[in-house]
Design a protein around this ligand. Structure first.
Ligand SMILES: [Zn+2]
Length: 404
């Protein structure tokens, strides 16, 4: 049993955060057993000069692109051709794949991220290596091999059957192998995936209740290209719907330029939208309609989309969520919610992670905020998000185990 005395900053809803000063958290094995003001046991770890928050959840990140963060490109297609594709090729070398996976996971727990939903490169061994690395470090991760079987550079393009078979093999090997690991089928996006491949993924994933992730409506040139490639569909979202890859476990990256009909499809299929503000800024993709999506009732969450996003830090993502909006003001409470409990909700894991509550897994980040005693709850939260370069993360727990 681990007992820690600390100050808890906890998301309740998208407009409410609670602050519990001088509180004891008892952790038994992987779970939070109690949260109380007093404790009989005098044997506790004293973190009363720190604040703790639930582990941050990054619902869309490209592990194999970790080293090309911040390499400047003016738009999505230049970025893919000049950075993404040549960099992903490097992970064909297992030594390189090992190094990038290790550096990525170490940096992410250091930044307070305890759950990541990950794209790797189109190489099976690189995906295997990412899982092995996550398992060794004890982080919570949902990982997939990126799939692309058409219109792709020759050095990355897969054969349709091979792409599908390798993904199924990875799913069978890794999905729920431990409490912390799951597989996600990862067709990159419609322009580089054949209808046949998407159909096969859809059928398998629905039957096996597997996660699917892809990109949708990020950039105007992308939307034009999709129209040309799939002329018989009404819109981009309908392609995914008709090919069977939408559903409650489907995570759609971006969704910036969706019309009402498309939002209706997403809502009806209970698919989720993943908002990646830093990446949208960096690649000039457009402004995510935050208020409209919130009002639509579609579940959504935040993500770094590194390396389209320049940083894997979810503190940076929270800040960018507000900065990226022109007309709508995202409150610190909202940004915090969509990087924690809201992230857990899109993954269907709100009963396990996303907040510090009795019965949930102990995914907790301890941090120091300069002069924290001066501030009330909302001031602390503001500081955490807007002056995040001064926040020092001192320890990160995943399922009760120290990973940083
Ligand atoms: Zn992405």
């Amino acid at each position: 049993m681990l007992i820690i005395k600390t100050n808890i900053l906890n998301p309740i809803s998208s407009d409410k955060v609670e602050f519990l000063p001088d509180t004891f958290i008892s952790i038994s094995d992987t779970k939070i057993e109690s949260i109380s003001k007093n404790i009989e046991n005098r044997d506790f770890t004293d973190y009363s000069d720190s604040v703790c928050i639930p582990g941050l959840i990054d619902t869309h990140v490209h592990l194999s692109q970790y080293y090309v963060r911040g390499r400047h490109n003016s738009n999505l297609f230049d970025w893919l051709d000049n950075c993404t594709f040549p960099e992903e090729l490097k992970s064909k070398d297992p030594q390189y794949a090992k190094k990038v996976a290790k550096d990525f996971f170490k940096a992410s727990v250091k930044a307070g991220t305890t759950t990541s939903v990950i794209y790797t490169s189109p190489f099976k061994e690189a995906c295997d290596i990412a899982f092995e690395t996550a398992e060794k470090l004890g982080v919570r991760a949902i990982i997939g091999k990126t799939m692309m079987d058409t219109n792709s550079p020759e050095y990355l393009q897969e054969d349709t059957e091979t792409s599908f078979r390798e993904s199924v093999e990875l799913f069978e090997k890794w999905n729920k192998k431990t409490e912390l690991l799951e597989y996600v089928f990862s067709p990159r996006f419609a322009p580089v995936c054949s209808s046949q491949l998407m159909k096969m993924i859809g059928e398998f994933a629905q039957k096996n209740e597997a996660y699917i992730q892809t990109h949708l409506s990020e950039n105007q040139d992308e939307i034009e290209l999709v129209k040309k490639l799939f002329p018989k569909y009404k819109n981009y979202t309908e392609i995914y719907e008709k090919l069977g890859i939408l559903g409650p476990k489907t995570l759609l990256g971006h969704g910036i330029h969706l019309d009402n009909e498309e939002l209706e499809i997403i809502k009806n299929t209970e698919s989720k939208i993943i908002h990646c503000p830093d990446s949208n800024f960096f690649l000039k993709s457009g402004v995510f309609p935050f208020e409209k999506i919130k009002k639509s009732g579609i579940d959504f969450a935040l993500a770094s989309d590194a390396a389209g996003g320049t940083s894997i830090s979810m503190f940076n993502v929270m800040k960018m969520t507000c900065y990226r909006q022109d007309d709508y003001t995202v409150s610190p409470e909202e940004a915090f919610y969509y990087a924690t409990l809201g992230g857990a909700k899109v993954l269907g894991k709100e009963d396990i992670i996303g907040s510090i509550e009795v019965g949930k897994d102990a995914d907790i980040v301890f941090l120091k905020i300069p002069e924290q005693n001066k501030y009330n709850c909302s001031e602390l939260l503001s500081k955490l998000i807007y002056v995040n370069e001064e926040v020092e993360i001192i320890s990160t727990l995943v399922a009760g185990r120290k990973v940083f």
